[in-house]
Structure formats: C-alpha cells, structure tokens
Design a protein around this ligand. Structure first.
Ligand code: SF4
Length: 262
C-alpha cells in the first residue's frame, strides 16, 4: 500500500482553487525559499515543533508530519464530497512540494480521478521531466508558482536554479494543461520592474493570462522560531497596499488578469 508523509489536511479551503476544497499538504520540498510560509513542510520527515500557538502549553513540542496511506487520505477527502459537488470544488495537493513524493501523489490523484473529484496541484514545478510527464495527465488544474525569472537571483533566494521549473512550465502549457500562475509578492526581492517585465514576457510567450498575486504576510514567522530555523528575511515588512496596487497595475498593463489572493 503506497504511503506518504503529510503535515496537514485543511478542510473547507476557499483560496486553493475553485469552489470549496480540501487541501492536502505533502511534506518535503527541494527548495529553500527565504520567505517560506510553510517551513514545517520543507523537511521530508516528521519533526517536532515547539508549542506556543493554538493553546498548547509553552515548552511542549508537537509533532509535525505523519505517515499516511493513500487509502487513509482518500477516506478524509471523500468525507466532504457533497461540498465539492455543490460548490464546483475538489481537492488541492500542496506542500512542501507535492512532486517530491511522486508515487504517493500519483496514488492520490488516481484515487480522485476514480471518484470524479476535481484536482488541483499547487506546485513550484521543481521535478524531473519524467515525474511531471507522469503526473500531469492526472491533474485538472495546475497552480504554478513563479518567483524569480533571473536564475542567479532564483538560486540565491530559493537555493535552486529555475531552469527545470521554467522548462516544466513550458511543457505543461504546450501539452494543453490548465495552468494558473501564482506569484508570491516579496517586497525588495521579486517586486522589481525588471522581474515583473521578465515574467510578463515569458507568460505572454506562453499565452498564459491569469496571475494570482500572493502578498507575503509574515504570519508564518513564529513557525521558524518553533522549528529552530533561521528567519532570513529579518525585519522585512509585508507589502503595503501601495506596493500591491503597483505590482497589480504593472501586470494588468501587460495584459494579465490579476487576482490578489488565491
Ligand atoms: S517552494 Fe514553497 S514550500 Fe518549498 S521552500 Fe519555497 S515556499 Fe516553502
């Protein structure tokens, strides 16, 4: 029985694709983004996280991450079937990076397909072409993260080259997959006119029209402390309304349909 590692199952999600959804968060990510909003999803194995939120006693540690079978996750997913059907929703696989657990992900997607449940994959696209080719036909909607187009900057702020990410995006578009771009807006890092212009040129070439703008909010920061991980953004403030409006206008002037939030 195929097993995988998840760190959350969020019910009644409304920002992870159309309708009412269940979002399953797969643990493990090959990237190391400075602004990671889910730092508990980066390491592949379960790990302790110091308590302090949600009423936990300070000082206690809570485990983050659990091994589950495809059948067990599907049983959770199927509980809310009625809501998916009535709202045009479904299931979103997020992370971490779901493509880092390809067998588990393929099992879950196949299970959803068999049940007629709509699927979205929230991904940064960092995987081998073979994995992407295997997974893509099982996915109804790709929510594809684009962060920085300049490869040197991408390596600095995420730890990996974006060559594979951009190649996989091109492949998905050229093979007719439905793709919505998600752009995490990190002030002073990727909100430059140069990055916006480069991203606009690439997406125009690909014929993609919709961009979801996800402003950095910083509310994840306590998690870094709880996990004993450094917060490399220091005192960086979330973008203000003026910055969000500027970036949105820039992209809209390039012909894109921009939605703030997912
Ligand atoms: S790709 Fe997502 S999960 Fe992975 S490090 Fe970056 S923000 Fe975190």
């Amino acid at each position: 029985m195929t097993q995988g590692t998840i760190f959350d199952i969020k019910k009644f999600a409304i920002h992870d694709g159309p309708g009412i959804r269940t979002t399953v968060f797969l643990k493990g990510c090959p990237l190391d983004c400075w602004w990671c909003h889910n730092p508990e999803g980066r390491r592949p194995e379960p790990e302790p996280m110091a308590a302090g939120l949600n009423g936990d006693a300070p000082g206690d540690a809570v485990p983050v991450g659990t091994h589950m079978s495809v059948d067990a996750v599907m049983a959770e997913i199927e509980k809310d079937r009625l809501f998916y059907d009535e709202s045009g929703g479904g299931v979103t696989f997020s992370g971490g990076e779901p493509l880092a657990q390809p067998d588990f992900l393929a099992g879950l997607l196949t299970g959803c397909r068999g049940q007629g449940i709509h699927t979205a994959l929230d991904t940064t696209g960092y995987a081998t072409p073979e994995i992407v080719a295997r997974i893509a036909p099982l996915v109804d909607l790709f929510l594809y993260d684009l962060k920085l187009i300049d490869d040197r900057q991408h390596q600095t702020f995420t730890g990996v080259s974006n060559a594979r990410i951009l190649a996989n995006l091109c492949h998905l578009v050229k093979t007719g997959r439905t793709v919505v771009i998600r752009f995490p807006l990190i002030p002073q890092i990727n909100d430059t006119s140069e990055n916006l212009a480069q991203m606009g040129a690439l997406l125009t070439d690909l014929g993609l029209q919709r961009i979801d703008l996800l402003p950095f909010h910083g509310i994840h920061r306590q998690k870094y402390h709880r996990l004993g991980q450094p917060d490399r953004l220091g005192n960086l403030e979330p973008p203000g309304e003026a910055t969000i409006a500027r970036v949105k206008n820039d992209l809209e002037n390039g012909g894109f349909t921009v939605q703030v939030g997912g």
